[in-house]
Design a protein. Structure first.
Lengths: 89, 458
């Protein structure tokens, strides 16, 4: 296997811990829904899976595109809706 | 493909910058927008890239349109009180998408290396478990499935056997990738484990479960990234995995329990009473809202302690109205937010933000506890275990050691509950019987509206 890809993974975890620890408790729900939207990145893989004439795999790809889009669109929209509400005095 | 990778790097940078901006409510909305732009870049770059295979644009268009309709409907229609369910179900879709991509990769004919096979199995396992687990969590929060822990004899053994079976089938599948039945077995076992690991967890432990499922959805995306050798998926997955893990940790600390205890402990199950403290009879003073209004009238500093009961009663706007009235009379009003109040991390903050309560007035545990010393009235709304003083001294209590809000240090504690039923942990709260405690029974919203009326008539 490619060691570079493991390096990227581990460094990304450290970056994640570093930046997420700084998110205040008041924003934990938007953090969850926002990061949830980011995990919809699987849609990128889903797009590649929809090979023309790929049989079952293609159909799984289609469902994955639907799931991924729900995740991305719903996640970012609902996070925005929440963050709009956080107001100062 | 090289160019596409550059765009994935750009997308990852935007995700990181976006989360970084979530560190303050002022910049958070921009941050979310930045992350969204990153996602658009990743998707468009993938669509435009030259792939070794021909991708089906028509199918993709259909998928995206269907996804947008469903996702946007959810996002627009959901009420703030239902946010935990919403996040739970979205976690499920994310995990499901990752598992499906890995499965599609498996079904693609051609050489598959042992490493890729291993990551495919991992991705399918975590993704499917996230999918079914999230739907159970959704069902519990929405009330389709009992919020009580559901346990059956030998549950732990059953889970252990399932894990073992998965390991064996997984090893076989790596040896003989052509055997499709092993593949199905991996999917089925993962799906069952998602259910059996989630049903024994009770309602108030949901913050931990949702955080954990959030983390899993990230791990599943990262595993799929290893399958596809795609840095974009790996980095995003790692970020989300870390985020969920940190939140899980914060939630566990908020309850002074280990993750293992939350997952396997089935706390909240009606327990046989042990020790004296739980059997002791408590005599409480029950006041009307009129009497309570007089106490508020004499107070200078009021701290509101919201709990899940507030969310159930949709009482966030009623709270604000009462608070605004009191502030108009020159009184100080603060809000004490326990880390595990509600059903997900930050649940109370979102509800109160919806009611236009400025976030500066919302204080977390460490900040607010010293404030109770000179507080005239602590108003506890639908919270129970997080204000139970037994956590400080009663070693036999299931919540012993849990950090609590020191409401009992206030001059007067006014507790609103619907009934005298015990809290989630199934134990009676000695706070209710304290000399400085007063109970006002009723639905939180009705009670607050009545209280406001009575305050105005004084």
């Amino acid at each position: 296997m490619d060691i570079n890809i493991l390096t990227v993974f581990i460094l990304a975890i450290f970056v994640g811990i570093e930046i997420i620890s700084k998110v205040p408790p008041t924003l934990h729900t938007p953090l969850m829904s926002g990061s949830n939207a980011i995990s919809g990145i699987a849609i990128v893989g889903a797009i590649i899976a929809t090979k023309v004439g790929g049989g079952t795999g293609t159909w799984l790809g289609l469902i994955a595109v639907i799931f991924g889009t729900i995740n991305v669109v719903g996640g970012f929209m609902v996070t925005d809706r929440m963050l709009k509400m956080f107001k100062r005095k | 493909m090289v160019y596409t990778n550059i765009f994935y790097v750009l997308a990852s940078v935007l995700f990181i910058l976006g989360i970084k901006k979530l560190s303050h409510p002022r910049t958070a909305r921009n941050g979310n927008m930045i992350a969204f732009i990153g996602m658009m870049i990743a998707i468009v770059a993938t669509l435009l890239a030259k792939h070794e295979i021909e991708i089906d644009f028509q199918l993709i268009a259909i998928g995206i349109v269907v996804g947008i309709i469903i996702g946007a409907t959810f996002a627009i229609k959901v009420q703030m009180t239902q946010m935990p369910q919403m996040v739970a179900i979205f976690n499920g879709f994310g995990g499901g998408a990752s598992a499906l991509v890995a499965a599609a990769e498996f079904l693609k004919t051609g050489e598959i290396t042992t490493f890729t096979l291993g990551t495919i199995i991992l991705s399918i396992f975590v993704g499917t478990l996230t999918f079914t687990g999230s739907f159970i969590a959704f069902g519990k929060l929405q009330g389709f499935v009992s919020g009580q822990p559901i346990v059956f004899p030998g549950q732990q053994v059953f889970n252990a056997l399932m894990a073992l079976a998965l390991l064996i089938v997984g090893v076989y599948l790596v040896q003989i990738p052509g055997e499709i039945n092993y593949f199905y077995a991996v999917v089925i076992i993962s799906a069952i484990m998602g259910i059996t690991l989630t049903i024994p967890i009770g309602g108030a432990d949901m913050p931990v479960v949702i955080s954990l499922l959030n983390s899993y959805s990230g791990v599943a995306a990262a595993a799929t990234g290893f399958v596809l050798m795609n840095n974009g998926l790996i980095i995003s997955g790692a970020l989300v995995g870390a985020s969920g893990l940190i939140l899980t940790n914060i939630m566990c600390k908020g309850m002074n329990r280990s993750l293992a205890n939350v997952i396997f402990g089935a706390v909240g199950l009606a327990q046989e009473s042990t020790g004296d403290s739980t059997t002791k009879q408590i005599t409480v003073k029950s006041y009307s809202t009129e009497e309570a209004a007089m106490i508020f009238d004499a107070a200078e500093k009021v701290i509101v302690v919201p709990g899940y009961g507030l969310a159930v009663a949709q009482a966030q706007h009623a709270v604000r109205e009462v608070a605004e009235f009191l502030e108009g009379k020159g009184k100080q009003v603060l809000y004490a937010i326990h880390p595990v109040a509600g059903r997900m991390p930050g649940h109370m903050n979102v509800l109160l933000a919806e009611a236009n309560i400025p976030y500066e007035q919302l204080k977390d545990l460490d900040e607010i506890n010293p404030e109770f010393e000179d507080c005239d009235v602590a108003l506890v709304l639908g919270a129970n275990d997080v204000v139970n003083p037994a956590a400080r001294h009663d070693k036999s209590s299931p919540i012993y050691g849990m950090p609590i809000l020191d409401v009992d240090k206030s001059r007067t504690v006014i507790i609103n509950k619907r009934t005298m039923n015990t809290g989630f942990a199934g134990i009676q709260n000695e706070l209710f019987g304290f000399d400085n405690s007063i109970m006002v029974f009723g639905d939180a919203k009705d009670m607050l509206q009545q209280l406001l009326k009575d305050l105005k008539e004084l």
